[in-house]
Design a protein around this ligand. Structure first.
Ligand code: MN
Length: 195
């Protein structure tokens, strides 16, 4: 085993009522774990043994299943890492300046991000990332796609696959999103931005 399921920094029921323990058991404990196991199996099968997760994603070549599973491991680690039962609820510092410059205000950013999330057709993620020229951009990426493969630096992701919200919200994706903002830790996003 090369890749391991990252340890959560909170208990599986800590994000309630926004994300239930049942969703965490399923999404983190089963879906995420499934992708970790698949990556370990596939790197072995395709002799990618020395490759890092990042290099598999960036190369995007060879076995599509390996790319999908590696990207989903990376995407899920990124998603769960930014959630917290005691989040910093507003961005600050240079990130706040850049959000204001790119979107007008934090509220306008959230609005646009929600719109992009709600209009994803099928499975995918919504991303906030930074372009090479420094501007921030919101994108929809279907399935396991990641803005890194388009030379953007990912800052924030919302998992819009049904498995992320269906147990708790059924088709009420707007409610899932309003819960998401309540447990999103801007401290993590700021660190990513400043890194
Ligand atoms: Mn997911």
């Amino acid at each position: 085993m090369i890749f391991e399921l990252p340890i959560l920094r909170f208990e599986q029921n800590a994000l309630e009522p926004y994300i239930s323990a049942r969703t965490m058991e399923f999404h983190y404990g089963q879906v995420f774990h499934f992708h970790v196991n698949n990556v370990n199996r596939l790197v072995d099968e395709f002799n990618f043994v020395t490759a890092s997760l990042l290099s598999i994603i960036q190369k995007k070549s060879g076995c599509p299943a390996l790319f999908y599973n590696a990207a989903q491991v990376w995407n899920h680690a990124f998603y769960f890492e930014q959630l917290s039962p005691t989040p910093k609820i507003m961005p600050g510092g240079n990130l706040l300046l850049e959000i204001n410059r790119s979107f007008g205000s934090v509220d306008e950013f959230k609005n646009e991000f929600d719109k992009a999330s709600l209009s994803i057709f099928g499975s995918g993620n919504t991303w906030l990332s930074q372009k090479e020229n420094g501007t921030l951009i919101i994108t929809q990426e279907l399935n396991a796609e990641n803005p890194m493969t388009k030379n953007c630096k990912p800052l924030l992701v919302c998992d819009m696959w049904e498995h992320a919200y269906f147990i708790d919200y059924q088709c009420r994706r707007a409610d899932y999103l309003s819960g998401f903002w309540k447990i999103l830790d801007w401290d993590v996003i700021e660190k990513r931005f400043n890194n």
